[in-house]
Write a protein that binds this ligand. Structure first.
Ligand SMILES: Nc1ncnc2c1ncn2[C@@H]1O[C@H](COP(=O)(O)OP(=O)(O)OP(=O)(O)O)[C@@H](O)[C@H]1O
Ligand SMILES: [Mg+2]
Length: 212
């Protein structure tokens, strides 16, 4: 279980600190909604280790994550878009998720399996710049698969997609979360995304995160 307990943080000049408490279970999507500027991305930055809290705890199965630098935290982050290197192929983007010591043969095999799992067989050689928005999100999810981290943070990951693609990628996130037992934290202010995906819901209001 991912547990955020009474985490406090203030941006420079912010008088009253944010106060975040949250539980996210393996195999479930936990949503965080709230108005623009309410602090949703700030919470993800704290989870990711890009910001450090004043006090409070972040634990995964009782392991304290706060002292760990971002690259050592057991998580992957998927943003609205632009998480790929445009000049690289789909396969090369996915390969960035592999540990350095992976052999070429192993890499080829794992990349092919990840591409198949996100429904992108046959596109491995295509340059990222020429992929559609939905295909790009699939490649980003495939990279996440290879990283094999137990926490997936999603910040408005469907916003750049049309309605149909949105539904498809949403289903993929649900399937992968269940299959790989990810603790998925979804930031979204779209009620239908939350409705479709979240087992547990939180709302950020007046700087305080509450079960909603
Ligand atoms: N580096 C920073 N320094 C000072 N203030 C910041 C910084 N980053 C964000 N803020 C402020 O903190 C507040 C919360 O920002 P945050 O990006 O977390 O909101 P959000 O809920 O993700 O909004 P949106 O839905 O628009 O993405 C905003 O008022 C923002 O201006
Ligand atoms: Mg944000």
């Amino acid at each position: 279980m991912l547990r955020v307990e009474d985490l406090r943080f203030a941006h420079p000049g912010q008088a009253v600190p944010y106060q975040f408490s949250l539980l996210a279970h393996a195999g479930e999507v936990t949503s965080v909604s709230g108005a623009s500027g309410s602090g949703k991305s700030t919470l993800l930055d704290l989870l990711g280790g890009f910001l450090l809290p004043i006090s409070g705890e972040i634990t995964l199965d009782h392991e304290n994550l706060v002292p760990l630098p971002p690259e050592q935290r057991p998580l992957s982050l998927l943003l609205q878009s632009d998480s790929l290197f445009d000049h690289l192929s789909a396969a090369s983007n996915i390969a960035l998720g592999l540990p350095r010591q992976t052999s070429k043969a192993q890499a080829r095999e794992q990349i092919a399996a990840a591409l198949a799992e996100v429904g992108l067989d046959g596109l491995s050689g295509q340059q990222a710049a020429t992929l559609s928005g939905g295909q790009k999100q699939r490649v980003a999810l495939a990279r996440t698969l290879l990283r094999a981290r137990p926490i997936l943070l999603l910040d408005e990951p469907f916003s750049a997609l049309d309605d149909e693609t949105r539904g498809v990628i949403r289903d993929l996130v649900r399937t992968l979360t269940i299959r790989h037992r990810w603790h998925t934290v979804l930031v979204s202010h779209h009620a239908d995304d939350v409705e479709a995906l979240a087992s547990r819901r939180y709302v950020l209001r007046d700087g305080v995160l509450m079960a909603g």
